[in-house]
Design a protein around this ligand. Structure first.
Ligand code: SF4
Length: 326
């Protein structure tokens, strides 16, 4: 690990100043991802700006939405009675994330910004366009069993790792950001960027901007929502496929559906086609299977990850069936 300087910020403004004045500096809070990457020499920031003491831990009602501060710990958010009652799919996604020890340290903001688990990204001896732009992508024709089949590009096929981000995509959450030019908000659907030709740029955050929190808008039909995650191990593993869904039902007719997929795509993957197909349909296995086929219709495997196309469909069907049961 390279030597680095350390400063603790006591307000968002001082954090923004510190990081702006020191090129290459990084924010650190829980440190559950960044410190790993520093030990691997994937990240070598000259300065860490510790934001863990900023007053960004609150979980509170604001303007009809539930606002979750960026520094709220995953454990605390998952245990919050308002989250559990109003956004069960968010609580489930959090409980299915990482291990209890990691959830006790990891923050909401850090979770949304965690880097990919692609093994080539984490090994500095390997080519990786995301870590070293222009060096190539070891995964394209390499070990890609866990890689994405949706939203890929010829430059990167890494999977977006956050479970929480998938649930937040399904409920149309909003990310609140602090920057040198003042605060702004970014809709969750616009927060993550497809890899395209620049996989090193993963979000629409401007350089040095700081996530302040996330607001969860009311979801009237949250009692019929869930998150299903399929993985190699029952505990402490990343998704091979996951689905965050919510259904608004009138008797057996679907008025509205929300669908977001994880473990399958380079970004949390919302599927408007599948949602459109379900609107007005009868909640049945047949309509769920049609929607799942539509959700995965543009999927492209690269050999070892071909199985994800059918796995994604089955995961989504299971999630929709569970949601329909309430
Ligand atoms: Fe790097 Fe993306 Fe290729 Fe993995 S898939 S090696 S992160 S460019």
């Amino acid at each position: 690990m390279n030597p680095f300087a350390y400063v603790r910020a006591d307000a968002p403004a001082s954090a923004l100043t510190a990081i702006t004045e020191f090129p290459g500096a990084r924010y650190v809070a829980g440190g559950t991802n960044l410190l790993d990457l520093m030990k691997l020499d994937v990240e070598a920031p000259p300065l860490l700006v510790d934001i863990s003491r900023l007053s960004l831990h609150a979980i509170e009602d604001r303007s009809g939405a539930l606002y979750v501060g960026a520094l709220a710990r995953l454990t605390d958010v998952a245990a919050d009675a308002r989250v559990r009652q109003r956004f069960p799919l968010v609580a489930i996604a959090l409980e299915e994330s990482a291990s209890p020890q990691l959830r006790n340290m990891a923050t909401v903001g850090g979770n949304l910004l965690q880097r990919t688990r692609c093994a080539y990204f984490r090994d500095i001896a390997m080519p990786c366009n995301k870590r070293n732009p222009g060096s190539g992508c070891g995964a394209l024709d390499g070990e890609n069993r866990r890689h994405a089949v949706l939203g890929t590009s010829p430059h990167c096929i890494a999977v977006a790792p956050s479970d929480l981000a998938v649930a937040l995509a399904a409920i149309d959450a909003t990310v609140h950001v602090a920057g040198r030019d003042g605060p702004r908000t970014i809709a969750m659907r616009d927060f993550y960027r497809l890899p395209g030709e620049m996989p090193q740029i993963e979000t629409s955050l401007e350089p040095n901007e700081l996530i302040a929190g996330v607001s969860l808008p009311p979801l009237a039909f949250s009692s019929r929502s869930t998150y299903v995650k399929v993985r190699d191990r029952a505990q402490y593993d990343f998704a091979l496929a996951s689905a965050a869904v919510a259904l608004d039902l009138e008797d057996t007719t679907i008025r509205e559906a929300r669908i977001a997929l994880g473990g399958l795509a380079t970004v949390p993957w919302r599927s408007p086609e599948a949602e459109r197909l379900l609107g007005g349909a009868i909640a049945s296995r047949a309509s769920f299977e049609r929607a799942a086929a539509a959700a995965m219709s543009g999927a492209l495997g690269r050999g070892a990850n071909d199985y994800k196309i059918s796995l994604g469909q089955r995961t989504l069907v299971r999630a929709l069936e569970n949601a329909a049961k309430g």
